[in-house]
Design a protein around this ligand. Structure first.
Ligand code: 13P
Ligand code: SF4
Length: 340
């Protein structure tokens, strides 16, 4: 049973005016219901680091895109994966765990970055570029549909994009769909020609250098952690550029006491709860898609085992090939058991 006072003491650190005692009593009741349903349906709950903080309370695993892809392939005993994140992440879970029922509690939870790369347009672009560059390699960020993954040589995530592009034998790479991450990778590997797709994430694109300058004036000792989906005028102000889980590990292990996580606001919520002995300031935006997942739609989804992610086998197989390639190209000793 969840204790409403414990929930209140934790969540008030994030937003005292929203997480009142009354709200936390309701939250505790819903969390209890989810625990019962998870048992009844043999379900595990995977949550991305940008989710609402109350969801972290009931998640079996919270992580970045790479960690979630790994975890989705490790859930041996469960029959159901409830994916608290966005559509492409739930699809990736289905690709690596095809025998499980994968639920996305709100099927509208998409991603405007993934939407910039339609698979037919990507196929046309690859055909066009291969005339000029017969040796073209194609790397897609995990923020893409399974159909786009199936057209690519390898997937990458924000934590291994540089490693993947460096490891591929091709000198010319079409990198999609995030132009900011493409530029970041290109700056790290100037010997390769990176052709960027023209996409970006509205949450990160709208973060401005001025806000970071202002925060630094007020807190000169803070460490600035920036997600590589940000623009280059923001990335160049970073003390470290990393994935969302990279930021959590960095804040936990660093001797610094104050941080600014320049990314989606859920990450600042997570840091505030998980690393209570340190101080986190905010320059962030909210992703409307990530916040479409709520305790209420998790409950409904578990009760009805819907909405379920379905993939045709040809697409799933192609996407699995390029996800497997990512694990082969990187030095991580971890590969999801389902792909071994
Ligand atoms: P990571 O959590 O893998 O760093 O990526 C964040 C993201 O872009 C989710 O949309
Ligand atoms: Fe997509 Fe950006 Fe939201 Fe991530 S933060 S899910 S990239 S819109």
């Amino acid at each position: 049973m969840f204790d409403p006072t414990e929930i209140f003491n934790k969540l008030k650190l994030v937003d005292q005016s929203f997480y009142t005692q009354e709200v936390c009593r309701e939250i505790a009741g819903k969390l209890d219901r989810i625990v019962d349903l998870k048992k009844e349906k043999k379900a595990v709950l995977l949550a991305h680091n940008y989710q609402r903080p109350e969801i972290f309370e009931v998640a079996d695993y919270t992580g970045d895109s790479l960690g979630l892809s790994l975890q989705a392939g490790e859930v041996k005993s469960a029959e159901v994966i409830v994916f608290c994140g966005v559509h492409f992440m739930a699809e990736t879970a289905k690709v690596v765990s095809p025998d499980k029922i994968v639920l996305l509690p709100n099927i509208q939870a998409g991603c405007s970055l993934a939407d910039t790369a339609d698979s037919d347009d990507v196929a046309d672009k690859i055909d066009e570029l291969r005339i000029k560059y017969p040796d073209l390699g194609v790397v897609c960020y995990v923020n893409t549909t399974a159909a786009v993954k199936a057209l690519s040589d390898s997937v990458c995530t924000s934590s291994n994009a540089v490693e993947v592009v460096r490891a591929l034998p091709n000198d010319t790479i079409l990198f999609l769909p995030d132009e900011n991450l493409a530029r970041y990778v290109s700056n790290q590997i100037p010997e390769k020609e990176i052709i960027p797709w023209k996409g970006n994430c509205y949450v990160h694109q709208e973060l401005e250098p001025e806000s970071i300058h202002k925060a630094r004036e007020q807190h000169p000792d803070m460490q600035v952690l920036v997600h590589p989906e940000c623009r280059d005028d923001v990335v160049e102000l970073a003390d470290a550029v990393m994935s969302t889980s990279g930021m959590v590990t960095f804040a936990q292990n660093s001797s610094a006491k104050e941080f600014l996580a320049v990314t989606e606001c859920g990450l600042s919520d997570l840091l505030t709860i998980q690393v209570q002995e340190k101080q986190f300031y905010r320059v962030c935006n909210v992703c409307r898609y990530m916040k479409m997942i709520t305790l209420d739609n998790i409950i409904t989804s578990l009760e009805n085992l819907k909405p379920e992610i379905q993939l045709d086998e040809e697409t799933r197989h192609g996407a699995e090939r390029s996800i497997r390639k990512m694990f082969e190209l990187t030095t991580s000793d971890k590969v999801p058991v389902s792909l071994c």
